[in-house]
Design a protein around this ligand. Structure first.
Ligand code: FAD
Length: 350
């Protein structure tokens, strides 16, 4: 087994603020590892409003959530941060040597001198379908995400939800893909609580086409119970708009209710928390634990405004606040990116 990754800085969260933290650390020649529970960077900007325009980023009159993220990624490229997506930071423990041991839900481990918590409103996690007895099948016959589409080939599938993920996957497992879909399910039944969808209109039209062609079925209703047989999930009890409950037989259940943020394990790291926010000072954006900083929507201080531009400012001061933990003997001076040969070197623009 490889040992933990040794590093100067770990950033928890790849939202806009976590991404800009990479930049501010990079200028001070501090390399960072960035972790996010989502499979991609951008935080709320990408998860909640990728196509909506933002008008209050200084000197950027308008850009969408996705464009802001893409530009931040481009801006931080010179600093070669390492990204660890699809995993939640679950554990943070101080070691005897003063460093922190950090562990993720996927078992990635770090030993780091500093931590920057840029966790926003929390780790985005799938919204759950709560039905008695269902939880025990999670990971076998019941899933909130598709890891390996081949697992569902030839199965009788029930897909629940009305957004893009639900429709995309329902269509994906359905017949009709050109040149033989390798992951074609035996049958696909889509269930949504109403006959109206958040998904892209083109996907909805395609779904209706497939239903007309009897390649898939759509049922309006909600899953209110399960049927088990020989220790396996055998069917879903679906209560329709008419109030009648019917049993839908199946081999596997896929639920796509979207994602919602959860503060989660951050609450257990010994940090001062006030109404789900980490208390920091406004000089260094340091938490009560020396070496752990908090920036962006996750922090609170008198006058805090949850704005991206505030988060960016916090990153700069947190980076200077952290430098003594990494370079105890070095005096850090403020330099301008315009004129500093040293900064040109770290930016790769000599
Ligand atoms: P987030 O964007 O929330 O990112 C945090 C990331 O951390 C997430 O990706 C999350 O998955 C991850 N994370 C959390 N906990 C963990 C963990 N334990 N392990 C791993 N990963 C974790 N702001 C503006 O300034 N201007 C606007 O016009 C504007 N419009 C908005 C419109 C909408 C609809 C919404 C919802 C917000 C808007 N905001 C706007 C607010 C802005 O999006 C937030 O201030 C900003 O996203 C905060 O960035 P952040 O990086 O601090 O957190």
């Amino acid at each position: 087994h490889d040992g933990p990754i040794e590093t100067d800085a770990v950033i928890v969260g790849a939202g806009p603020v976590g991404l800009f933290q990479v930049f501010e650390l990079g200028l001070l020649e501090i390399k960072a590892h960035v972790i996010d529970s989502l499979a991609y960077p951008g935080g709320q900007c990408v998860e909640l409003y990728p196509d909506k325009p933002i008008y209050d980023i200084p000197a950027v009159p308008v850009c969408t959530g996705q464009e802001l993220t893409d530009n931040l990624l481009k801006q931080i490229e010179p600093f070669g941060a390492t990204f660890h997506f699809g995993q939640e930071v679950s554990k943070v423990e101080r070691q005897e040597d003063g460093r922190f041991y950090v562990e993720t839900s996927k078992g990635t481990r770090f030993l780091t001198k500093t931590i920057f918590i840029a966790a926003g409103v929390g780790a985005f996690q799938p919204k759950q379908l709560k039905v008695e007895g269902l939880a025990q099948y999670e990971g076998t016959q019941f899933h909130y995400r598709v890891k390996n589409p081949a697992d569902f080939a030839g199965k009788n599938l029930v897909v629940v939800g009305g957004g893009d993920s639900a429709l995309d996957w329902a269509l994906n497992f359905c017949a009709g893909n050109a040149d033989g879909n390798p992951h074609k399910a035996e049958s696909v039944i889509l269930i949504h609580r109403r006959d109206g969808f958040r998904a892209a209109p083109a996907s909805v039209a395609k779904m209706r086409e497939m239903c007309d062609a009897l390649e898939m079925q759509f049922i309006v209703g909600q899953i209110t119970g399960i049927e088990e047989k020989d220790g396996k999930l055998a069917g879903a009890k679906v209560t329709g708009g008419d109030g009648v409950t019917r049993v839908v037989p199946m081999d596997a259940l896929l639920v796509f209710f979207g994602l919602s943020p959860k503060l989660g394990p951050i609450a257990d790291w010994g940090l001062d928390i006030e109404r789900k926010q980490l208390k920091v000072d406004t000089e260094k954006f340091a938490t009560n634990v020396p070496g752990i900083f908090a920036v962006g929507d996750i922090n609170t201080y008198p006058g805090k405004k949850k704005l991206i531009l505030s988060g960016f400012h916090e990153c700069a001061l947190a980076a200077f606040g952290a430098a003594p933990f990494i370079f105890p003997d070095k005096k850090i001076h403020l330099q301008y990116t315009t004129t500093s040969p040293k900064l040109h070197k770290v930016l790769g623009v000599e």
